[in-house]
Design a binder for this molecule. Structure first.
Ligand code: AHR
Length: 327
């Protein structure tokens, strides 16, 4: 009997030991920690603005600053490169060192960005190209937001064709040499201009009033007032050219002017009879830039090319629209 009790006890001990050694049932999986979505409050965005050359640019800077404030982003690193690409490159390098989340770059010219864009890419910082285009390999940036500059040039040509149905000689004051805006507008304009209209000269006014005025003065000295049209790449330069035309005794409408931007100054020049058509280029890009930047911070897919919807403005309704113009 004693033996039986002992063997039962041994059996029970063994069973309990084997039970302990038996593999544990698989544990219920830990709930995977979902990565918290980043918000605007987490965002540091770098905006190395290219300059302050025009009313368009002033409005673009204001749109970026106001939107950053409205959305409550953590920090906006804003600088003004004074139309010098080398200043923009230094500003981008400083932003990379600061470890910003996103860089939004409005490039002064198309070429020369490969090295610094590669540095941003290697640092894991996405870059949005804003406003003008770059010639760099598209793999070096995440997306482009801005206007279709070639289409703007085409629209300007359609207006010049309408204004000069019998053809004529025209002059062009172009934007900054090598900038996406000047290159695209010049190309689109030439592609659609009627063959009976001849561009007899083209000079840059660097998108500023101050530089366009002497260009127009030099044109007047060289060609006199026997020209039928002017294609001017922005309203600031048109205003500078108009000053020179006034000083030379030219009357509003004597020479047909097609300009670009649609600023308040451009609208006033249409009301005064100087500009006959103003092709819109919209600088209010802040909301789109920040929305895209947040998507990039969260690793969401984004559209690579976001083009702004634009139109053409005319003197006929300029007075009515001027009070509601935001830039
Ligand atoms: O890139 C946009 C152009 O730059 C605008 O037409 C001009 O006004 C600005 O300086």
């Amino acid at each position: 009997m004693k033996k039986l009790v002992l063997s039962v006890i041994i059996c029970l001990v063994l069973v309990s030991l084997i039970g302990c050694a038996a593999p544990a049932a698989p544990a219920a999986p830990e709930p995977t920690a979902t990565k918290a979505k980043k918000t605007y409050a987490d965002m540091t965005l770098c905006y190395p603005q290219l300059g302050a050359e025009s009313d368009w640019r002033t409005a673009n800077s204001a749109s970026i600053k106001e939107t950053a404030q409205q959305l409550g982003i953590k920090k906006l690193v804003f600088s003004d490169a004074q139309q010098k690409p080398e200043n923009q490159i230094s500003a981008i390098r400083s932003c990379i060192q600061q470890g910003v989340d996103v860089i939004a770059l409005p490039p002064v010219v198309e070429d020369g960005w490969d090295a610094v864009l590669t540095e941003a890419k290697n640092a894991g910082i996405p870059v949005i190209i804003v406003d003008r285009s770059v010639s760099a390999d598209p793999s070096l940036y995440a997306a482009h937001i801005g206007s279709n500059m070639k289409l703007e040039g085409e629209r300007a040509a359609a207006e010049m064709n309408r204004l000069l149905p019998n053809g004529g000689k025209i002059l062009e004051i172009s934007g900054t040499t090598g900038s996406g805006a000047a290159v695209g507008r010049a190309e689109g304009f030439r592609a659609k201009l009627n063959s009976n209209i001849q561009i007899i000269d083209t000079q840059t006014g660097n998108f500023t009033r101050a530089e366009a005025k002497p260009v127009m003065e030099a044109f007047l000295n060289k060609y006199g007032t026997d020209i039928q049209g002017l294609f001017i790449h922005n309203d600031d330069m048109a205003i500078g050219a108009i000053e020179a035309l006034k000083a030379a005794g030219v009357k509003p409408g004597d020479i047909k002017i097609v300009s670009v931007d649609g600023t308040r100054g451009g609208f006033q020049a249409m009301i005064d009879g100087w500009i006959q058509a103003d092709v819109e280029c919209n600088p209010l890009l802040g909301p789109q830039v920040f929305e895209l930047a947040l998507k990039l911070m969260n690793g969401e897919p984004v559209e690579r090319e976001i083009l702004t919807n634009e139109t053409v403005y005319y003197p006929e309704n300029a007075a009515e629209l001027l009070p509601s113009r935001k830039y």
